[in-house]
Design a protein around this ligand. Structure first.
Ligand SMILES: Cc1cc2nc3c(=O)[nH]c(=O)nc-3n(C[C@H](O)[C@H](O)[C@H](O)COP(=O)(O)OP(=O)(O)OC[C@H]3O[C@@H](n4cnc5c(N)ncnc54)[C@H](O)[C@@H]3O)c2cc1C
Ligand code: SF4
Length: 818
């Protein structure tokens, strides 16, 4: 048998992983043993969708393109969280940070870019790190850090008014901060827009509550220990709690440069993506091809294909000839597309322009020799698809130029079915209408199946609705809804009610038993935490815990922080404490040199910065139960002082909060549950915006509100019922929570659940017992309440030998610690 060659890839980002996918798809596993080295501790994810993660419309788990199992299934050895530090061309090895040498026969460099951080006074600490409160926006970890800081910030500044800066600014508004964008150029997105459209875009951003400052240069960052503001060259200042720097990118070329490869602005490659060393190739943002360095994904898909054709010997003549760039802004609420040049080169270029500033609409075409050389569409991008097509293919343009911008005289808008077969539907992944047709004819009958097979919609996602329309069109009435959209978790093909029934009927008490019995033995890691939560809800104390099914926070009962340490929040029912408890907390904080002791928004005390191996001793010394500030469970009940001390008080909110906390503590649920009680409708403890809130009203009665939210999403809860006693509050709150636990999707907060199911239906089931299940719901809740044990008792009997051994986890779940 022919000995396989060693193919080593440095960089496990969008280009590197895509290239490996293309190589594997062409039988690359028979030719190569493939090793990927990536310094991010994850599988490959869709970086484009980080803006969605930041604005809260997607979770980071949802943007993975190649989860860790993908590598195993495809026989790719992944060194995740490992940095390559040198390429030794003489010995043909790559050196890793720990000095290990990885030999290669062929090497692919796909190291991408890093954010460019312009030198500014006051930006860094003496050891060269960004000062606390200063961030860049490139990775999942950056996103998590920004989101965490933003939650505690009142004012945020984004330096840079380009595509990414604006996406970051829009994302930051979801955290309730006052957001400012600082742009040194006279208008926004100066790479892709002209002065008129850039000025209109500023107006659109301002309509969203974002303050835009153009033509302003930052001179200095203010704040000694952390960012507190900016000083500008014109002498003015702006106070802020955080700053996100989005001032462009720089290709990561150091490895190539040090190895003596030809590097200009990026690593120079030929049409086969070969560097100046014939054994070494490069793809993605780190390359310079025919003097162009790209910063978008479309070119790297084309590069990956050509490289794979070449490396696998499928088509040694395959050549990459360069890409034409088009951009769509993904900022929620702004329609914007731009391609090619933005200004005419000389008098021979024709400019077709339409401007309606009051409505924020602007369209401009630059036509050169009857071909589209560039276009800007702001406020109405209906024509973006056809224009991108003409731009990309350099097709001759129709005489009637206005028809390029508007559907003039046409009875109805052109349907997707009328488009020519070669129309590019997914620009990011280069998928044409014809490819979608072929896929449907080959048997894929749902939008998801077609997207999985063609990758259409897997880039920025803006074409998804057109892909779905086309699938419907080609299926001619026989489209099937994708059943997995209704599964509780992706890895087990059952909706929640059927899954619960199957688990109960077959007595499945562990995650592995569920996979073995209901998923043909195929274990899907992404489905494990959701299943573990459901099993605990169903079985209470009889649930068989398997630690690998849990997030790190649940495994060690603490909230992991950005530096790998943990936070410890002991229970403090109703926010009430005693001198003795306070003394013990203070002693623990001193003994373990806890770097930060902080009051939380949930009226507890948070000890931050505790080492994993100290956790058991900290808990033992505290001698207080866990406050569950890390789990998908009941967290805390916030209260005001109520009748005991407040002259407006109509009910004993503090006493009720203690009863609530003692009943529901540790209760497993699909997502975190925060509760509140308030002694009168003045609402000092924000009960109206809690998952479940009790508000005392005249006559000593209580109004019970459900589905409130006061985080990134703000919603006043819906009134469920009005009751007379504390016992009734506990009963109806408990019944609602149980109904939610049984019917909500994993990670669906009560506000989403209440909106989805409708308060009328919930009231009918929970208050009026319309379905005759009230008694069963109450009994199930009681069963779970009885199963409560304090997880911090694991301090002296760890579940696994290394439960509290100090290692930085590969995939960390991050969450606020309220
Ligand atoms: C927030 C955001 C939004 C975006 N939106 C869009 C968009 O709408 N449309 C669009 O077309 N593009 C968009 N982009 C750009 C797009 O994500 C990039 O073009 C693409 O990710 C480039 O792929 P790459 O593989 O070259 O680099 P990357 O995806 O950055 O991958 C490089 C990887 O190599 C790793 N690495 C670097 N050096 C080493 C080393 N020495 N050892 C080990 N590993 C190393 C890096 O950590 C990284 O994981 C966006 C980017 C961001 C950050
Ligand atoms: S909510 Fe009412 S009872 Fe409670 S502290 Fe405020 S004013 Fe007093």
């Amino acid at each position: 048998m022919m000995q396989k060659k060693q193919l080593v890839v440095i960089g496990n980002g969008m280009a590197g992983a895509r290239a490996v996918e293309e190589i594997v798809a062409r039988g690359g596993n028979d030719i190569f043993e493939i090793t990927m080295i990536g310094d991010e501790p994850y599988g490959n994810y869709n970086r484009i969708l980080l803006s969605n993660v930041l604005n809260g419309t997607q979770r980071s788990e949802e943007i993975f393109l190649n989860p860790l199992e993908w590598y195993e299934t495809n026989q790719v050895r992944l060194l995740a969280g490992v940095r390559a530090t040198a390429i030794h061309r003489a010995t043909r090895t790559v050196e890793l940070a720990d000095k290990t040498q990885v030999p290669y026969d062929q090497l692919l460099i796909a190291t991408g870019s890093s954010p460019f951080v312009p030198p500014m006074d006051g930006l860094r600490t003496p050891d060269g790190k960004l000062k606390p409160g200063a961030f860049v926006f490139r990775t999942i970890d950056d996103c998590t850090r920004i989101a965490e800081w933003a939650q505690e910030s009142r004012s945020a500044v984004v330096i840079g008014g380009g595509l990414l800066g604006l996406e970051a600014a829009r994302g930051l508004t979801t955290y309730g901060c006052d957001v400012h964008v600082i742009q040194i150029m006279p208008y926004l997105m100066n790479q892709q827009l002209d002065m008129s459209s850039g000025t209109m875009l500023k107006y659109s951003m301002e309509q969203m509550g974002i303050h835009v400052h153009v033509g302003v240069a930052t001179e200095k960052l203010l704040g000694k220990e952390r960012i507190e503001g900016l000083a500008f060259k014109d002498g003015s200042k702006l106070a802020c709690d955080m700053v996100v720097i989005s001032a462009g990118i720089r290709p990561n070329v150091d490895l190539a440069k040090d190895a003596g490869l030809m590097v200009d602005r990026a690593i120079m490659v030929d049409d086969q993506l070969r560097t100046s060393d014939s054994r070494i190739f490069a793809v993605g943002e780190c390359v310079q091809h025919r003097s162009v360095v790209y910063g978008l994904v479309a070119p790297l898909w084309e590069q990956a294909k050509v490289l794979a054709e070449h490396l696998t010997g499928r088509n040694p003549q395959a050549a990459y000839l360069g890409s034409k760039l088009a951009t769509k802004l993904k900022v929620m609420g702004v329609e914007l597309a731009s391609m090619g040049v933005v200004e005419p080169r000389d008098d021979r270029d024709e400019v077709v322009q339409f401007s309606e500033p009051r409505r924020g609409r602007y369209k401009k075409l630059i036509i050169r020799e009857n071909r589209l050389a560039g276009a800007i569409l702001l406020g109405d991008t209906a024509k973006a698809g056809s224009l991108m097509q003409m731009f990309d293919r350099e097709t001759p343009l129709p005489e009637d130029r206005a028809a390029l911008l508007f559907d003039l005289g046409q009875a109805a808008q052109q349907s997707v079915g009328d488009l020519p077969d070669d129309t590019q539907i997914c620009n990011c992944n280069g998928v044409s209408k014809g490819a979608i047709r072929a896929c449907v004819l080959a048997g894929k009958r749902s939008p998801k199946a077609v997207m999985d097979a063609t990758r259409a919609g897997m880039g920025c996602g803006s074409c998804k609705s057109n892909v779905a329309k086309l699938v419907e069109h080609f299926c001619e009435g026989e489209m099937v809804e994708d059943p997995s959209a209704h599964y509780y978790v992706p890895g087990v093909p059952l909706a929640k009610p059927e899954l619960v029934e199957a688990i109960t009927a077959r007595g499945l008490r562990s995650v592995s038993a569920v996979f073995a019995t209901l998923a043909g033995g195929l274990e899907d890691p992404a489905s494990k935490p959701g299943l573990a939560s459901l099993l605990k809800t169903i079985w209470g104390a009889e649930y068989e815990d398997e630690r690998d099914a849990r997030f790190i926070n649940d495994r060690v009962h603490g909230n992991i922080q950005r530096d790998g340490t943990f936070s410890v929040v002991p229970q403090m029912p109703g926010g009430v404490t005693t001198p003795a408890d306070l003394r013990r907390i203070a002693e623990v904080a001193e003994k373990y040199q806890v770097p930060l002791v902080k009051l939380t928004g949930g009226q507890r005390i948070d000890l931050l910065g505790i080492r994993k191996d100290d956790l058991p001793n900290v808990w033992a010394d505290l001698g207080m139960p866990s406050g569950y500030a890390y789990a998908k469970s009941f967290r805390t009940c916030k209260s005001c002082v109520g009748t005991d001390f407040c002259r407006y008080g109509l009910g004993d909110s503090m006493g009720l909060a203690k009863e609530i906390e003692q009943r529901f503590h540790g209760l497993e649920s699909p997502a975190k549950i925060k509760m509140g009680t308030t002694g009168c409708p003045r609402n000092c403890s924000e009960a109206y915006i809690k998952d479940v809130g009790a508000v005392a009203i005249e006559g000593g009665r209580w109004e019970l509100y459900v589905g409130g939210a006061g985080g990134a999403h703000v919603r006043k809860g819906d009134l469920l019922c009005t009751v007379e006693t504390h016992a009734d509050v506990l009963k109806y709150a408990g019944r609602f929570i149980q109904y939610y636990r049984e019917n909500a999707k994993y990670l669906e907060r009560t506000y989403g659940f209440v909106e989805r199911v409708g308060i009328a239906k919930i009231r009918a089931v929970v208050v009026d017992d319309a379905e005759g299940i009230a008694e069963r719901l109450d009994a199930a809740m009681q069963h779970s309440v009885d199963a409560y044990t304090d997880p911090w008792l694991e301090a002296h009997r760890p579940k696994t030998a290394n439960q509290f051994a100090s290692t930085i986890p590969l995939v960390a779940a991050h969450e606020g610690s309220l």
